[in-house]
Unconditional design. Structure first.
Length: 192
């Protein structure tokens, strides 16, 4: 495999983690020496944006190209080289919109209180705390997890949790693929 194009999220500092602290910017290529190992050593990215959310330490989204030695896993890849080709923008608003959409995907699974539906439909931040409290108090199982995730504080964590909860609850792969397509469309628009 020559290159893999994927998604990567960074902290707002736009620095590599784990004591590395090299700056991340469009056009920059980071490299590490082999050997590489998934989840342990190397430069990671996910082909699907929704998968990248599982590992997101922050809300800054990057479109990246992996090269050099590459190893592929189920939902991410690791490589000796990662080049940042687009992005570098805060995707919090997009991630929160995805989380609300994912929670609405499981709305049919429970008797959703009006304030929760209103928040999920409108994104009105002035009622988010009330929606969270009500959803947590009355929701069950997957719908509760999605609603709780949507009302949470960290946008990148909430989007991932809501997406996975909704995907698991609504027929798995097909729901996840649809959510990913929507999410990637929003991110591509943001990264222009």
């Amino acid at each position: 495999m020559d290159t893999v194009t994927g998604w990567y999220f960074s902290e707002e500092s736009r620095l590599l983690r784990y004591g590395d602290a090299r700056p991340i910017a469009i056009g920059v290529t980071h490299a590490v020496d082999a050997p590489i190992e998934l989840c342990r050593r190397g430069l990671h990215a996910s082909v699907r944006a929704i998968d990248a959310l599982e590992y997101a330490p922050g809300p800054i989204v990057w479109r990246v190209e992996l090269s050099g030695e590459i190893k592929a896993g189920h939902d991410k890849c690791v490589a000796t080289r990662r080049t940042y080709i687009a992005g570098g923008v805060d995707a919090s608003v997009v991630m929160r919109a995805l989380a609300r959409r994912c929670a609405l995907d499981v709305a049919h699974m429970w008797d959703m209180p009006d304030v929760v539906r209103e928040y999920l439909t409108t994104g009105d931040e002035s009622i988010r705390a009330a929606a969270w409290a009500v959803a947590w108090a009355v929701a069950g199982a997957a719908a509760g997890a999605a609603a709780w995730a949507t009302a949470g504080d960290a946008a990148w964590a909430t989007a991932g949790a809501a997406a996975w909860a909704a995907a698991r609850a609504t027929a798995g792969a097909a729901a996840s693929d649809a959510q990913n397509a929507h999410f990637e469309s929003m991110l591509m628009e943001l990264c222009k």
